[in-house]
Design a protein around this ligand. Structure first.
Ligand SMILES: Cc1cc2nc3c(=O)[nH]c(=O)nc-3n(C[C@H](O)[C@H](O)[C@H](O)COP(=O)(O)O)c2cc1C
Length: 193
């Protein structure tokens, strides 16, 4: 830390262009789409819940083939992989469905969902079938608001759980969890299973 950085409060300045790294570590997810002929997968690290219940936001941009499909169909599946799948999930994010069948190349298994035509990812411990609820921020920010229509969970595959992109190609895994449900006095309804 240089003197110019230190305002006397003990913090070093953090580069603004890297601020996303401080907030990014939600779970890395796979987004499955189906264009009417072929199913595709992309890797997504910019995502968040928007409302209790079923609204999800994710950034998915026109550099992705999946963008065109999401725009055309208004549907996708958000699948949550566990840490043991991390290397394959990164590989999915380094290739495009324009030229590669990523299901085959990276050994993921498509299985039919119930509501949308995009397939679930069998290897993931959770799959959320989504429709586009609001695309008003897509043009400016590539930010899609999705509504979960059906969600699927396989507790046997959760294992060590989801993993998180720290924004720079390093990933953190969930280590131990801290159970503070007793202290969530104002939000008791959130702590039920
Ligand atoms: C760890 C990781 C996280 C990524 N996060 C995002 C993201 O949040 N939004 C996005 O549009 N692309 C993201 N990407 C890039 C896409 O996954 C990548 O462009 C992918 O090849 C798109 O595939 P497609 O062309 O088949 O749709 C990420 C890639 C990696 C490796």
């Amino acid at each position: 830390m240089t003197a110019a950085d230190d305002d006397g409060h003990g913090f070093a300045q953090y580069p603004l262009e890297n601020v996303h790294r401080l907030l990014e570590p939600g779970p890395v997810v796979l987004v499955s789409t189906f264009d009417g002929q072929r199913a595709n997968l992309m890797t997504n690290g910019f995502n968040m819940p928007v409302a209790h219940g079923a609204l999800i936001a994710l950034v998915l941009g026109p550099w992705d083939h999946s963008y065109d499909t999401l725009r055309a169909t208004g549907e996708c599946v958000v699948a949550i992989p566990s840490i043991d799948l991390a290397a394959r999930v990164v590989d999915v994010g380094n290739t495009s469905g324009r030229e590669t069948d990523k299901w085959r190349s990276f050994d993921f298994t498509p299985v039919p969902g119930a509501v949308v035509r995009a397939p679930l990812v069998r290897e993931c411990f959770a799959n959320i079938e989504c429709t586009v609820a609001d695309d008003r921020l897509v043009r400016d920010h590539h930010l899609w608001i999705l509504e979960a229509e059906r969600a699927w969970f396989d507790a046997t595959r959760r294992g060590a759980g989801e993993f998180h992109h720290r924004g720079d190609g390093t990933f953190s895994a969930n280590a131990s969890t801290v159970d503070l449900r007793d202290r969530m006095t104002k939000w008791r309804h959130l702590t039920a299973d």
